[in-house]
Design a protein around this ligand. Structure first.
Ligand code: HEC
Length: 162
């Protein structure tokens, strides 16, 4: 009796594993077909970028970011580093700026998803960050702001970057 019971839960477990595997494979396939098209936008909040309002992003920047960041080409670093040409670029790499160890150690790039996570709540993304900003909770506002940051470049990166 015990053995039969064991057998049936095992095969139930196996079936569960198989269906989870199938779902993962399906999700991978869907995201692969989505990124195959160069104009496509990938997962997460970046879905909002397609309808983002760059003008509103500029307003948000003035209200929420400009106290600490410049937005012009070759603009100076202030409390925070200059943000010209930041989207798609190396994290913690603006010349002459002293970053926190956490930010310096990231070693990745500021893709749309990374910016979204950081701006949502900076201290969740980098525990020891020196960016004293509580975060922007509304996904649509983050999308507007990130679309604006993307425009701060001579050659804005494609929306399919991440
Ligand atoms: C109170 C000042 C302050 C405000 C307000 C602020 N920041 Fe920052 N920001 C900083 C500091 C300081 C750093 C460096 C953080 C570190 O080294 O951990 C930083 C770093 C960054 C970086 C990383 C840059 C790089 O070179 O890797 C980005 C991106 C950024 N901020 C975007 C924003 C955006 C967008 C806003 C507005 C929503 C904003 N910040 C608001 C102070 C601020």
């Amino acid at each position: 009796m015990n053995q039969i019971h064991l057998f049936s839960t095992r095969s139930g477990y196996l079936r569960l594993l198989l269906s989870v595997g199938f779902i993962i494979a399906a999700a991978l396939f869907v995201s692969w077909t989505a990124t195959a098209d160069d104009g496509a936008i990938t997962a997460g909040m970046t879905a909002h970028l397609g309808t983002a309002d760059v003008g509103n992003g500029e307003k948000l920047f003035k209200r929420r970011c400009r106290a600490c960041h410049t937005n012009t080409k070759d603009g100076p670093n202030k409390t925070g580093p200059n943000l010209w040409n930041i989207v798609g670029k190396e994290q913690g790499a603006k010349e002459g700026y002293r970053y926190s160890n956490g930010l310096k150690g990231l070693g990745g790039h500021w893709g749309f998803e990374e910016l979204d996570r950081f701006i949502t709540r900076p201290m969740d993304y980098i525990a020891d960050t020196r960016m004293a900003f509580p975060g922007l909770r509304k996904a649509s506002e983050r999308a507007d702001l990130i679309a604006y940051l993307r425009s701060l470049s001579d050659a804005p990166v494609p929306f399919s970057l991440n």
